[in-house]
Structures are given as structure tokens and as C-alpha cells.
Design a protein around this ligand. Structure first.
Ligand SMILES: Cc1cc2nc3c(=O)[nH]c(=O)nc-3n(C[C@H](O)[C@H](O)[C@H](O)COP(=O)(O)OP(=O)(O)OC[C@H]3O[C@@H](n4cnc5c(N)ncnc54)[C@H](O)[C@@H]3O)c2cc1C
Length: 365
């Protein structure tokens, strides 16, 4: 049996950043992924480094998002040095079309000293915006597939043991301690086991699910190649958005579907996304469809992730439930958890994200 300081279960952005942060601090870490690293929700994401409606975010989630925004440039710089792969962090700015909430957005931005531009020149003659929009010029984006490829390289350089395509058969639990993790072909033990399995986190331990309010919310997205590259800024309109990439492609997202563990892409969703996009950018009707994909966001009832220990266990922890903000909040969540293990004070209280917040007795059901 191989022994580690930490076994991390689930290799999306959250598992990979968690494993990286612990390994940087000298821990011996194994990361177990049932498929390929970073190919589920994290791969599907648009990579906007902002909440969809930041002015409505609850305070602890907002604090985590804010830290994410500030931390990203140094995180990306370190990652490029480690991996030699550029995830294309670009401060492209974000235009919010929510005429009825302009006052709320302004009020929120002023209270946070966030720079906004209310009256903006037309982005381009071919982009149709309502009179009242708000531009947040500091918002950035990254390309998730490139970010995940860079993280994979970084983990290899940091000597994290990567177990891909590895199905866990059993967590052996005795007296509230996870003694070992058995998989086909071997077993691992660790001082601490961290569940980072995204939408699958609730029942990762097997037949006994943990009482946590987490479920998959299906999101579909398309990528098109417009006939002209005229857009530099992200445009957000309710749940829909356009993300212009540096290579001229444009992502159009996204749907929100509460349909269980179903990742099917549908023509209905494609049409919904295309019809919304042409209301903003009419010539997109002539754009070539390049790709259509989907992912399962790990959603929680309070739109806050769960980070910390699992009640009634001595060595089991979570970092999951980041819903629409896992790319933005992932590196900061990893820092928060790693600081907890090191006994260091962190940039905020980890208790804000405890499993205990949903019930006072989150137990194995
Ligand atoms: C369409 C779409 C657009 C999005 N856009 C953005 C955005 O612009 N900005 C942003 O910040 N966020 C965005 N998100 C949200 C973001 O993608 C998620 O919050 C984030 O990817 C969650 O990361 P994760 O690591 O928890 O989950 P995942 O990436 O799903 O990773 C979980 C991993 O755990 C593995 N796993 C599951 N069970 C087991 C098991 N038993 N054993 C081993 N491994 C297991 C899975 O195979 C998977 O690889 C978007 C999501 C979608 C779907």
C-alpha cells in the first residue's frame, strides 16, 4: 500500500489546484481521477473571472470571488513558470446588460470602489447594446482547457502522483477515519482525504451518501467563428454571455438545466444560444458553428461552496460546490484549505464554507 500525506479525489480545477497548493508546501500528494484530469465541468467552462451577478453575491462567496480576482495574475504567472503553458489570462472587461439593475450595480460597484463606465461608446457598429449598460473594465478571462493543461504539467513537475482513469472501489472507514482507498489494482492511504469531485461529491464515498445539498446543473455552450472579429469585451446579459477569444472565436453561453447527471447537448439549446446572440450581434447569424459542448456545474443550495472538514470524520475533507464560479474561486479555495492544514491564518475564515452551515448534523444518511 502506498502512503501519502493527502489523497485528493476528483481531478477538475478544484482537485488540481488543491493538490498543487499542498504539493508546493512540501506535502506528498496523490490525485485520483475516475476519467481524465480536467475533462468535466472545468473543461466546459467559459473562463469568465467574475460572478454572473456580482452585485447579488452573498458576502462570504463575494469575498472568495474578490480574492480570486486579485490572486489570479500571480497564480497565472507562477503556473506559466512551472508549466511553460500560457492559459491566456486577458483583462478583456465585462459589459453587463441589465437595464433594470443599473442602479443596483452602480451602488454595489461604488461600495466596493470598483471602476465602472456607464456611458460607453458603441463597442462596434455591428454590436447592438441598449442605452444603459455598465462596463467593468477590470474583469478578466482565461481559457479553461489551457489552464487545465498547464495545471496538469505543474502537478507532474511538483511530483504529485496522478491516478487517472482510476475507479475507486471502496473507502475503508473505521472509527470515523478513512483508513485507505481501494481501487482496481491497488490501495492508498493518507493522513487526510479530500473530496473534490464536483457534481459527484455527495455520493463519492459509495452507497452511503453524505448529507450535503449539492446537485448537477447542466450547462451547454457553443463556440462560433464570426465572419468578422469585432468584439474584444465579454458581454453578459442575464445568464447569457459572449466571450471573445484572442484567436477570433467567440463562445456563446450558457444554459441552466436541472436534469440530473445528463450531459446530452441538444438542438433546442443551440438554437436558444444562437437566437440570443444575434440579438446582440446580428451578423453572428452567419457565423460558423465550431463546437457545442456541456458540463455539470456542482450547485449548492446557498450558492456557496463547501470547504473544510466533514462532520463526524477525523480525516475527511471537502472542497466542492463552486457552481458557476469554480474557475474564478478554485485557486483561492485551494489556498484557504491549504492554510487550514498548515494551521496558518488565511485571507478569510474557512468556517464560512463549513458543511455544518446547512444542518447542524451533516451526517452519513
Ligand atoms: C457551461 C459552463 C460554463 C461555466 N463558466 C464558468 C466561468 O465562466 N467561470 C467560472 O468561474 N466557472 C464557470 N463554470 C463553473 C465551473 O466550471 C465549475 O464551478 C468548476 O469546473 C467545478 O470544478 P470541480 O473541479 O469542482 O468539478 P469538475 O471539473 O466537474 O471536476 C470533478 C472531477 O471529479 C471526478 N470524479 C467524480 N467522481 C469521482 C470519483 N468517485 N473518483 C474519482 N474522480 C471522480 C470527475 O470525473 C471530474 O473530473 C462553468 C460551468 C459550465 C458547465
Amino acid at each position: 500500500m502506498k502512503n501519502f500525506d493527502f489523497v485528493v479525489v476528483g481531478g477538475g480545477i478544484i482537485g488540481m489546484t488543491t493538490a498543487r497548493e499542498l504539493a508546493i508546501r512540501g506535502a506528498n500528494v496523490a490525485l485520483i481521477e475516475k476519467g481524465e484530469l480536467g475533462k468535466e465541468a472545468s473543461w466546459a467552462a467559459g473562463g469568465i473571472l467574475s460572478s454572473m451577478r456580482p452585485w447579488t453575491e452573498n458576502s462570504s462567496s463575494a469575498e472568495l470571488s474578490e480574492h480570486g480576482k486579485l490572486h489570479y495574475p500571480s497564480f497565472i504567472e507562477a503556473l506559466i513558470n512551472e508549466a511553460g503553458i500560457d492559459p491566456e489570462y486577458v483583462k478583456s472587461g465585462l459589459v453587463i446588460i441589465e437595464a433594470e439593475h443599473v442602479n443596483d450595480i452602480n451602488h454595489w460597484a461604488r461600495s466596493k470602489c470598483i471602476k465602472v463606465i456607464e456611458k460607453m461608446e458603441n463597442l462596434h457598429a455591428n454590436i447592438t447594446l441598449p442605452d444603459q449598460v455598465i462596463l467593468l473594465p477590470e474583469i478578466a478571462q482565461i481559457r479553461p482547457p489551457r489552464l487545465l493543461t498547464a495545471l496538469r504539467e505543474s502537478l507532474k513537475k511538483l511530483s504529485v502522483s496522478l491516478y487517472e482513469n482510476t475507479t475507486i472501489n471502496k473507502f475503508v472507514i473505521s472509527a470515523g477515519r478513512c483508513e485507505k482507498v481501494e481501487y482496481k489494482g491497488g490501495e492508498l492511504s493518507a493522513e487526510s482525504v479530500i473530496i473534490t469531485a464536483g457534481a459527484w461529491s455527495k455520493c463519492v464515498l459509495g452507497d452511503k451518501c453524505i448529507d450535503m445539498n449539492i446537485k448537477p446543473i447542466h450547462g451547454q455552450m457553443i463556440c462560433v467563428k464570426p465572419i468578422e472579429s469585432v468584439l474584444q469585451t465579454i458581454i453578459l446579459d442575464g445568464g447569457h454571455y459572449l466571450i471573445p477569444r484572442q484567436d477570433g472565436h467567440v463562445l456563446i453561453g450558457s444554459t441552466m438545466e436541472d436534469i440530473g447527471f445528463n450531459k446530452e447537448t441538444t438542438m433546442t439549446a443551440q438554437q436558444e444560444l444562437q437566437s440570443w446572440a444575434v440579438t446582440v450581434w446580428p451578423t453572428l447569424k452567419n457565423a460558423t458553428l465550431v463546437k457545442h459542448w456541456s458540463g455539470l456545474r456542482p450547485s449548492t443550495d446557498t450558492e456557496k461552496p463547501f470547504i473544510g472538514s466533514v462532520p463526524n470524520f477525523k480525516n475527511l475533507y471537502f472542497n466542492t460546490g463552486h457552481f458557476r464560479k469554480g474557475i474564478l474561486q478554485g485557486p483561492s479555495s485551494a489556498l484557504l484549505l491549504a492554510d487550514m492544514f498548515a494551521g496558518d491564518s488565511s485571507f478569510m475564515e474557512i468556517d464560512e464554507f463549513s458543511l455544518n452551515r446547512q444542518t447542524n448534523s451533516a451526517e452519513i444518511a
